[in-house]
Every structure is written in C-alpha cells, then in structure tokens.
Design a protein around this ligand. Structure first.
Ligand code: FE2
Ligand code: FE2
Length: 275
C-alpha cells in the first residue's frame, strides 16, 4: 500500500545554502547556453518521434539517471517518479493524476539519444533538467541564481532583452519558447501519441511543472493570459506531489506496476510510444 505522506513544511529548494557546487554550475551553464537559437535547434533535432519504446521500458531507463539539478534528491529518477505517483495515490486523487505523477519526468529519457554539446547527456544536463524560463524575453530575477541571467547572449540583444522581447502582450505560455528540457519533450511526445487520452490538466502539468519563475514566483504576467491562470492552478496542485514526495524510501517498479499498468493502458494505450 502507498505510504508517502506530504510534509509541506520541509525546507526544500534551498539554493543559497545548498552545498552542492554541481547544482550552481548546472544553472550557470543552463542560463548561458539556453538561447532562442538553441531552443529552435533542439526542437528540430529531438522532436522526430521516430524511436519506439514501451512505457515500462522508458520508466526503467530512468534507473540510470540522477538529476544533477535537484538539491533535495540523489536517487535514480525512477524512484522520484514512483514516489510522486504514490503520494498522489495516498491522497486518493484521480487515476489520471496518479499516472501523471508516474510519468511526468519521462522526458528525461532524452539523455538516451542526447549528447554533451546539447546538454542532454548523463554528464551535461543543462538542456534536460532544472527550472525553466522563457527564451525570447528578459530573464526575470525570480530565476534561481539570477546573477547568471546576464551570461545569456540573448540578454545583449535589444530585440529580446525587454519584458516582452519577441512576444506580444498576453500571448499566452503556449505561444512561447519555454527553455528546452524534459517537460517540453514529454509534452510533445504525448501530444503526438495517437492513443493519448490524458486530460488537458495532465498535459499542462507535464509541460510546465519545472517553470518555477512562473508557477511559484508569479513572473511573466506581461505574457500570460486568463488561460494561463487556470494552468497555474493545475500546475501548483501537481507541484506538491513533485516536490514534497521526495524521500529515501526505495521502490521496486515491479511492486507498483500491477497497480499502475491498467491506468496507463486506459490513458495511453498498450502500444509503443514514439520518442
Ligand atoms: Fe521534472
Ligand atoms: Fe519531478
């Protein structure tokens, strides 16, 4: 049975006092290299949907990946996925939300076909994980380590370095280039998946769960619209399970698969997913 109970008073995401230099270095590289040009290039390169893999094989592949940007958890990412799902289940929330917990970080699978130069390998994860921001307008001070914002080459471009940058007022998040990483990758893969029946809420949670400057710090109000206000409620609801489920409890995928497999079949079908 599920055992994960959320404690929202835990002091997580403490980037100032974090002792891990690797986390800081991750964000320095991410802020320096994630430009509009990079973002467009990655979409073209990785959104090809030509690599078939079953959901359960994909989940297993995250046994070999530890998220370097996470100051609070050093376990293989598969553990974080199961912990998130079990926390949702423990709260008796809907089955699709439980499944969303189980799959929300599967976009990290990109490391299998990524490389160091693109920042989506085991060694270099600045194009794979971490809090995201919008490429194409001024970086807000609400980003973690805002002192790195000035390192982004786009911030020297007067067509980009303003509040709106290349966007129109109120254009909405779906019309922006959110920094490239596992959120956008999985969203696009599932959007392309013909037997995907996940509700819109789940797709929004998947796409924007790492967008902390927006969902937690309320930046980008010049770009967002009423639709995004609804999105934010959904994403904040999901965030409690993503963040506060982190613990040392280790799971075996086989002990939970029996429970989640019928839910996965219901919302995603039984066939392979094209990555
Ligand atoms: Fe994530
Ligand atoms: Fe996560």
């Amino acid at each position: 049975m599920s055992e994960i109970v959320l404690d929202q008073n835990r002091n997580l995401r403490d980037y100032e006092n974090t002792v891990k230099e690797a986390v800081r270095e991750h964000y320095r590289k991410m802020r320096t290299k994630q430009t509009v040009e990079y973002n467009q290039r990655m979409r073209k390169k990785y959104l090809t949907f030509d690599k078939p893999m079953l959901l359960w094989d994909a989940i297993t592949k995250l046994n070999d990946l530890v998220d370097v940007s996470d100051p609070d958890l050093d376990l293989p990412n598969i553990q974080h996925l199961i912990q998130s799902a079990e926390a949702v289940r423990n709260d008796n929330r809907p089955d699709w939300l439980q499944l969303t917990g189980l799959i929300h970080d599967l976009g990290k699978l990109m490391y299998l076909w990524g490389c160091d130069e693109d920042g989506n390998s085991q060694a270099e994860q600045w194009g794979l994980v971490g809090d995201v921001f919008i490429a194409g307008c001024k970086l807000p001070d609400t980003c973690v380590y805002p002192e790195f914002n000035a390192l982004n080459p786009d911030m020297a471009n007067p067509a980009i370095n303003t509040e709106l940058g290349m966007y129109e007022k109120g254009c909405g998040l779906d019309n922006t280039l959110v920094a490239w990483g596992h959120d956008e990758y999985l969203y696009q893969v599932l959007k392309n998946h013909p037997t995907n029946r996940l509700p819109e809420e789940a797709m929004v949670m998947i796409r924007y769960h790492s967008f902390y400057p927006w969902h937690t710090s309320n930046s980008y109000s010049q770009i967002t619209n009423a639709r995004d206000d609804q999105y934010k409620e959904w994403v904040k609801d999901f965030n409690q399970y993503d963040l506060y489920s982190k613990c040392e409890r280790m799971y075996d995928l086989d002990e939970v698969r029996e429970f989640y497999e019928p839910i996965a079949d219901k919302y995603l079908g039984k066939g392979v997913i094209y990555w």
